[in-house]
Design a protein around this ligand. Structure first.
Ligand code: FE
Length: 364
């Protein structure tokens, strides 16, 4: 049994009923306690603040409850709303586990002191080191549980994929008037640029950002799916999008989506060099988690083979844990690629530098 709580009902389900137990009920509880101490010795509830909500979530959460007896109270909202809510709630926040998407947002939450360090042999062993976030020396504070790639999408009629094999090539003068992106300040772009700062340094990344602005077909606007559609429509020749948006369009049965996808192709960027930029959906234990043990159990559960498959497949992503297989025909049809290995914690740390570069070159 789950409780889905939305932001319009703040803290409605997240509190605990302790203190409200009437004397006769307390007696009844004592009697029960003698019979089943384990089930009542600790509170079996977990308050989950999640920016993810997909069809496979029901299985994901019900399996955890079945395995542990811990009931999950879900509070679902987008990343920004969760961030603001956690800040407002402060020490009295009922949040135990926080799920967010993109290293940029996870890092922002970490920097705001919304997480706590986690020591877990399971997570340390299962989640690759470059997908563990947190300040160096202070231990891991957030973990990627699924990965997504930032791919290059091009119009098959107007662009030769050989002209756009890398992120760097999008800024080449030969691609003038072809390039579209969403806002440079969106977390997906800031993370990509943060990774470029890590790989290429700030001066080279600034030069790249300048080249991007010079090559725009139109000012940045819209989301990743809008970019893909603009490329299909010929408004733009080439763009950047997260892989799951492309996979979602590939799986779409709508006639206009199928028509759009027939006009575009994609490449895995930087295959001859640094590899394709990778980002994560991730989770952390909340700074003031009332149910810290349950929170840790839940994160470790998310790293299990079965949970990994549900978590990744829910959004056409890849499991973070090596060797976990997901049956997803759209993802499989996109083939294999070489991923970038820039640590997500470095991507986080470079956010500020990335935004300053964008401001300097007028990349809105
Ligand atoms: Fe997204």
């Amino acid at each position: 049994m789950f409780h889905r709580v939305f932001l319009s009902h703040p803290r409605q389900q997240a509190g605990t009923p302790s203190g409200l137990v009437k004397p006769f009920a307390a007696l009844a509880l004592c009697a029960l306690f003698a019979v089943a101490p384990d089930s009542l010795a600790q509170e079996k509830v977990l308050n989950l603040y999640s920016a993810r909500h997909y069809q496979t979530d029901e299985q994901l959460y019900s399996n955890f409850t079945r395995q542990t007896g811990i009931r999950i109270n879900r509070i679902e909202a987008d990343d920004n709303a969760l961030f603001e809510r956690l800040k407002t709630e402060g020490r009295s926040s009922p949040a135990d586990v926080i799920l967010m998407v993109d290293a940029a947002r996870l890092w922002r939450a970490e920097s705001a002191g919304l997480f706590q360090p986690v020591q877990s042999k399971v997570l340390a062993a299962r989640i690759p080191a470059n997908l563990q976030g947190g300040d160096e020396g202070k231990g891991a504070q957030w973990f990627g549980f699924s990965t997504r790639a930032r791919i290059i999408v091009y119009n098959k009629m107007s662009v030769n994929p050989a002209d756009v094999p890398t992120y760097e090539s999008l800024a080449d003068p030969k691609n003038k008037g072809r390039v579209c992106t969403r806002s440079g300040s969106h977390p997906y772009m800031l993370s990509l640029i943060g990774a470029m700062v890590q790989r290429n340094g700030e001066p080279a990344t600034e030069k790249w950002a300048q080249g991007m602005v010079a090559n725009f077909a139109r000012p940045p606007r819209g989301g990743d799916t809008d970019q893909i559609k603009s490329v299909a429509a010929g408004e733009c020749g080439v763009t950047l999008a997260n892989s799951y948006y492309y996979a979602r369009m590939l799986r779409s049965t709508k006639a206009d989506d199928r028509e759009a996808m027939s006009r575009v192709g994609f490449i895995w960027p930087n295959q001859q060099s640094s590899g394709t930029h990778i980002n994560v959906s991730g989770g952390a234990v909340a700074r003031h988690a009332p149910h810290r043990e349950a929170a840790l159990m839940f994160l470790e559960y998310l790293a299990s083979d079965q949970a990994q498959a549900y978590f990744a497949d829910g959004n056409n992503e890849w499991p973070a844990v090596a060797g976990v297989m997901v049956k997803n025909p759209a993802i499989e049809s996109m083939g294999k690629f070489k991923p970038e290995n820039v640590p997500i914690s470095a991507i986080g740390r470079n956010q500020v530098a990335a935004q300053k570069i964008l401001d300097r070159v007028g990349y809105k």
